[in-house]
Design a protein around this ligand. Structure first.
Ligand SMILES: Cc1ncc(COP(=O)(O)O)c(C=O)c1O
Length: 399
């Protein structure tokens, strides 16, 4: 088994939450390079490569990446501030905590939000989305590809197809923070207009970079605004010349870029693209299937209510009635694995979440196997395990 990673000499637990995720040694080294001017040609080359490689990762020829210091949430602000004007309609497809946050962000910038909420563990039926698209004109429709609170995978292609059919001028915005580079997404082919993501999940590098890719159609919507962009830092009119300049390997200043984080992201993108995106997606699908098989073996249920609704980047698992996340997580940590508790309001203690994206999925490093072993043992220590056979299958709590 290859352990081509700093974890071969690990004296720390594996970070198996749904992001930040484990990083390769080369990414860690790139993140600790000495001070480098943002005007240095070495940095311009790295920045230019990041912009080009992101296009390949999301599957676009002419989409415009924005690579800006910040976290995933900054991408919400970028989208809302640049593409929505006061009073315009936005349709938010919410599958949980992050869908709700995105709706809140849109409202912050003056959008009239209609929120289609799925039942927990499910996604909105396409017929319901089609009906909403026929009922009103929306400037944007947003879809959270994987809502990290539930591990539910949205049908981005299905949504984009509906938009094409019922409201082709509406922009399709995908929150891919917990999905990009793990879940299939074909930006140009599916007709996506904005993907919002971040450096610290399946992109495999440290937290600190907000990544957004915008279609030319989205940029033309920005150009046609009647009102000023109501924000300073996130105004794409300021960033567009910066991105174009660095892509041409020429430095240009608006605000100081996160130099080391960009070196690290460039390194992780090189590692991702050393394989094909198809292989990267397949590796995540196979890893997620192994995790789901283990959940079955533990006689537990995923929060996502059907296999086709389960994310390939992470899994949320209901605990038996008798065990709380706060009981399980320390026992996991004692076994060298950090997992996450739940974040669904009122149900947070009833489930736990595992991240299995990035190098945990694409490399033969044993991280997922070690995690699954640790979960089985910790469950058993909590009284579930042999006991599970006697007490029967756990059922998801009523929501
Ligand atoms: C789906 C989704 N959207 C948005 C965010 C916000 O990203 P960040 O925490 O990097 O600001 C997260 C964070 O986990 C997320 O999972």
């Amino acid at each position: 088994m290859s352990t081509s990673n700093n974890n071969s000499e690990r004296s720390r637990p594996l970070c198996m939450i749904p992001g930040p995720v484990e990083m390769s040694d080369t990414v860690l080294k790139a993140n600790s390079t000495p001070a480098t001017a943002h005007t240095d040609p070495v940095f311009s080359e790295a920045f230019g490569q990041v912009i080009e490689k992101l296009r390949t990762v999301v599957g676009t020829k002419d989409g415009q990446p924005f690579v800006i210091a910040g976290s995933g949430t900054l991408g919400w602000d970028q989208t809302a501030a640049n593409l929505v004007e006061e009073g315009e309609n936005v349709l938010v497809l919410s599958n949980g905590y992050f869908g709700e946050g995105l709706a809140d962000c849109m409202e912050t910038y003056g959008a009239q939000v209609t929120c289609l909420r799925a039942e927990p563990g499910k996604r909105q039926p396409l017929a319901e989305i089609a009906q909403a698209l026929r009922a009103k004109k929306y400037k944007l429709v947003t879809v959270t590809q994987v809502d990290t609170s539930t591990g539910v995978l949205a049908d981005v292609k299905g949504v984009a197809d509906l938009v094409k059919e019922h409201s082709p001028e509406t922009l399709v915005v995908v929150d891919g923070v917990c999905a990009t580079a793990a879940e299939r997404l074909y930006f140009d082919q599916w007709g996506v207009d904005v993907v919002v993501t971040a450096s610290q999940k399946a992109l495999g590098s440290p937290p600190g970079i907000s990544v957004v890719v915008a279609s030319q159609k989205a940029l033309s919507v920005l150009a046609a605004r009647k009102t000023r962009v109501p924000a300073y830092y996130v105004n794409w009119n300021r960033w567009l010349p910066i991105m174009k300049s660095y892509e041409a390997r020429a430095p240009k200043y608006f605000a100081t870029p996160c130099v080391q984080a960009i070196f690290a992201l460039n390194t992780s993108l090189t590692e991702i693209l050393s394989s094909s995106m198809e292989k990267v997606f397949a590796a995540h699908e196979q890893t997620a299937a192994r995790v789901r098989a283990a959940v079955n073996k533990w006689e537990l249920s995923t929060v996502a209510t059907a296999p086709e609704l389960c994310s390939n980047a992470m899994t949320a698992v209901w605990l038996p009635e008798t065990i709380k996340a706060a009981d399980l997580l320390p026992k996991l940590k004692a076994r060298g694995v950090v997992a996450a508790g739940g974040i669904l309001s009122g149900k947070a203690h009833r489930y736990f979440r595992l991240g299995h994206m990035g190098i945990s999925a694409t490399r033969d490093n044993g991280f997922v196997d070690a995690t699954l072993r640790a979960v089985a043992e910790a469950l058993e220590e909590c009284g579930h395990g042999a006991a599970a056979a006697a007490t029967g299958r756990s059922s998801p709590p009523r929501l």
